[in-house]
Design a protein around this ligand. Structure first.
Ligand code: F0G
Length: 345
């Protein structure tokens, strides 16, 4: 990804490029969302990145730059995806990832990734916001590089998602929807659109539609949420670090930041899986849930081009999926009984 978009990224010929060939993810036209909304709706499938989420776009830049600066330990706080990505790129760099995660509140697949890549993992008695405060402090007091999205190199790398959308569609969409947690991604996606637009690569910039979960919606409430709660653990964040960037993206683009319920998230998650063939993690469905809610409220008129970032792969959170889905039935191997179990007979 760095090679494709090198001119827009904070790298020089001396930067050692640490890459897993992230980016260039599928942009899939959504038949169902296009039908329901009367818009042209496209899904940017970021779960197709090497570690299974959009975080890899920022991590390749942050880790490359940190290695250039001589760092050998990268630290981050995470609801799971940042830690999985940091662990993978640290392994690639021959370095160490130190990850702080909220105990009991990260999806099992993400924890498995950090374990298998050999990260040093500390489960914190607290939420993501507590983890981030601790990570920032560590980076001030110890020789470690902070690779959360408060690191500008992460934001710079994550803007490439907007470049890819414009390159694929030939222009920017009218609306770009995405989930919002720590708010780095909405900040970065908006930066990408404005950067490309200023360079004459697009004729317009989209309205940015960001969606938080109702139980973790500090940007909607206008105040920090002390005990954020949602089934979408990836965006279970009460005090987003990139708050200002998110609000600027909303206001400069004429967009919105709104909240969706866990029920709306799960309904969108199921719709993506059953009607589109896309298996995403619950948080990733928040942008789709939000688009549907805004359409129902009459705020998305037909005929628009809409892109929704679906941020992470469904395999990361099998527990949530199985707890909400239908359990398989059991049968002996006798074909007649199997046919009965399958409701064929
Ligand atoms: N979707 C997924 C799957 C995420 O993992 C995250 C953030 C977001 C959306 C929200 O993006 O924070 O830039 O607003 N995950 C972070 C993590 C916090 O630690 O993995 P954001």
């Amino acid at each position: 990804m760095i090679e494709e978009y090198r001119q827009w990224l904070p790298v020089t010929d001396d930067t050692p490029v640490i890459t897993l060939n992230e980016g260039n993810t599928p942009l899939v036209r959504s038949r169902e969302l296009s039908r329901v909304t009367g818009c042209e709706v496209w899904l940017k499938v970021e779960g197709a990145n090497p570690s299974g989420s959009f975080k890899d776009r920022g991590m390749t830049v942050a880790v490359s730059r940190a290695v250039e600066a001589g760092a050998s330990v990268f630290v981050c706080a995470s609801t799971g995806n940042t830690s999985a990505s940091a662990a993978a790129y640290a392994a690639r760099a021959g370095a160490t990832a130190a990850v702080l995660v909220p105990r009991g509140n990260i999806a099992v697949g993400k924890l498995a990734q950090a374990v298998v890549h050999g990260a040093r993992i500390v489960e914190i008695d607290g939420n993501f916001d507590d983890c981030l405060r601790a990570a920032r402090r560590l980076a001030e007091q110890y020789p470690v590089a902070l690779v959360n999205s408060v690191n500008e190199d992460r934001i710079a790398g994550q803007q490439t998602v907007a470049f890819e959308v414009v390159d694929a569609l030939g222009d920017a969409p009218d609306i770009h929807c995405l989930p919002v947690g720590n708010a780095g991604n909405i900040t970065a996606t908006w930066l990408g659109y404005t950067t490309y637009n200023k360079a004459g690569r697009s004729t317009r910039t989209p309205r940015m539609f960001g969606f938080q979960a109702c139980g973790a919606a500090p940007l909607v409430n206008g105040t920090v949420v002390e005990r954020p709660d949602t089934i979408a653990t990836a965006i279970r964040i009460g005090d987003p670090a990139s708050r200002d960037g998110a609000l600027a993206a909303r206001d400069q683009s004429g967009g919105i930041i709104s909240a969706v319920t866990d029920q709306q998230i799960l309904a969108a998650h199921r719709m993506l899986a059953t009607a589109e063939g896309l298996f995403v993690e619950p948080a990733s469905a928040a942008g789709v849930a939000g688009l549907l809610a805004e359409h129902e409220a009459g705020r998305v008129t037909s005929g628009r081009t809409v892109v929704v970032t679906v941020t992470g792969n469904g395999l990361k959170d099998p527990d949530t999926c199985l707890s909400i889905g239908h359990a398989p039935v059991t049968s002996s191997a006798d074909p007649d009984r199997v046919a009965h179990a399958l409701q064929l007979a």
